[in-house]
Design a protein. Sequence first.
Length: 249
Amino acid sequence: MNKIKIVILAAGKGNRMQNELPKVLLPVGGKPMITHLLKSVENSGIDKNPVIVVGYKKELVENTLGNKYHYIDQGSPLGTGHAVGLTREYLKDKAEHIFVLYGDQPFVNANTIKKIVEKHLSSGKKITMATVKLPDFKDWRINFVNFSRIIRDKNGKIVKDIQFKDANDEEIKITEVNPCYFCFDAPWLWKNLESLKDDNAQKEYYLTDLIKIANTEKVEIESIEIEPHEALGANTKTELEILNRFSRL
């Protein structure tokens, strides 16, 4: 059994991209955006053969990336919690911990991946997550406007994650956001994925709802702050242009 297995979510179509390619294959710096992430995963040395959850035009994604990875078909796009849950059968006896990343967030670097894993293993917590603190949502940071917000109590403990579409006016003003890079204790993850509900605006199973479950169970969450550019993703052509601008820096 491996200590850590990495799951990369890559099933999205990218409806607002006005492009028939799967979103993770759209070019950033002249290469499919997911290949930047895969290079960082490889360089981290954490997992040589990550699992990639595919969906829209899965054959094109698999043919582009090759047979180095294990692919799992999400089928219907029912949210991030659903996507990770589909990996359970394959991974439940293969890893003690599961690290979730995203094929449309290409800039997380190998050192950050290692730091998140090290923090998770040293803390002994059931969940370790990355967060990003921003001064505002101006200029290129507008890419983070639709990210879910991190809610902390007066002691700084993470007590909630609220999706942008479900947030109220005050919650939307919060500038600590969640890139959704999670490292989980595997048995805890598999058990609690079964408790996720789709009672939200999108009618999807959110992986981030595990934060609420953890707090209900009095399970403490570890967090680590990362550089904002490492969390950049893209859901629109304008946001994709910002990724390409950063790829040239």
